[in-house]
Design a protein around this ligand. Structure first.
Ligand SMILES: [Zn+2]
Length: 262
């Protein structure tokens, strides 16, 4: 099994506007982790953007006096040192997404990519995430993946949880279904928007039990494990994205799988 790549990262606050307090959840991040940025003392009449180097992230309300965003550190993140600044923007600005060749060449795959970048200012998710299914983790986030001919496919952008076909998949947090589809590699796919830039994905399903646009609640059975798409055995591929960047779901799930699923 491939080890996770570690990206040492020092965040330097180069610009801190007068009267604004910025709180960071951590200052060094590993691949697949997310940084929580809280901004206190801002007038909330405008759109505020948190810039990390030259990439903008939307700030959403956390409570009456605080705005917040999460910044995911995926495999494509190259900088070792970052600067952060908060700015008022005339319009809502979306992050600069890196587009895959597959997405550029297929309108159909673009549908999936767009779903991963859903931005809803409302926060549907609450508390921590729970395990979508019980099983052994057979694939980890950040592994380098190759096909049968040893051609490099890319970094694994989620975790694989083993399970027999038909095993229930539970909704790990509140949200809304943004996409149901079928794709060559991913098989039957379900994408859930948890709000404020958080999105979760479920690949290789045998059955999907919800509809696009439907509101879903934590612990609700939303789908069943399967072996659709390019797989060697039935399993659930579970992915978590923040502002379109894949992050490691293990950082968001309880340590014990058995305790948290029915
Ligand atoms: Zn997978």
């Amino acid at each position: 099994m491939q080890r996770l790549i570690t990206i040492p990262l020092i965040l330097l606050l180069l610009q801190e506007a007068y009267g604004i307090e910025i709180e960071l959840s951590k200052k060094v991040l590993k691949l697949g982790e997310a940084l929580e940025v809280k901004v206190k003392g801002i007038e909330k009449s405008g759109n505020y953007i948190c810039w990390l180097n030259d990439n903008p992230y939307p700030l959403y309300p956390l409570n009456a006096s605080t705005l917040r965003t999460f910044i995911g550190f995926g495999a494509k993140f190259k900088a070792k040192t970052c600067s952060l600044r908060i700015e008022e923007a005339k319009d809502f600005i979306l992050p600069n997404y890196e587009k895959s060749n597959r997405e550029k060449n297929s309108i159909y795959v673009k549908r999936l990519a767009d779903a991963l970048r859903t931005e809803t200012p409302v926060q549907f998710w609450t508390g921590g995430f729970t395990w979508p299914t019980r099983g052994r983790i057979s694939g980890r986030f950040g592994e380098r993946r190759f096909d049968q001919n040893n051609a490099y496919l890319g970094i694994h952008q989620g975790i694989d949880i083993t399970g027999k076909t038909g095993t229930p998949v539970f909704c790990p947090n509140n949200g809304r279904v943004v996409l149901i589809g079928r794709f060559d590699l991913e098989g039957k796919v379900l994408v859930i928007d948890h709000g404020q830039g958080f999105v979760s994905t479920y690949f290789h399903l045998s059955e999907i039990l919800v509809e696009e646009g439907e509101e879903v609640k934590n612990d609700q059975v939303i789908a069943r494990v399967g072996a659709t798409g390019r797989v060697t055995a039935p399993h659930l591929h579970f992915g978590l994205y923040i502002h379109g960047t894949p992050i490691d779901p293990l950082y968001w799930l309880p340590k014990d799988t058995a305790k948290n699923v029915k």
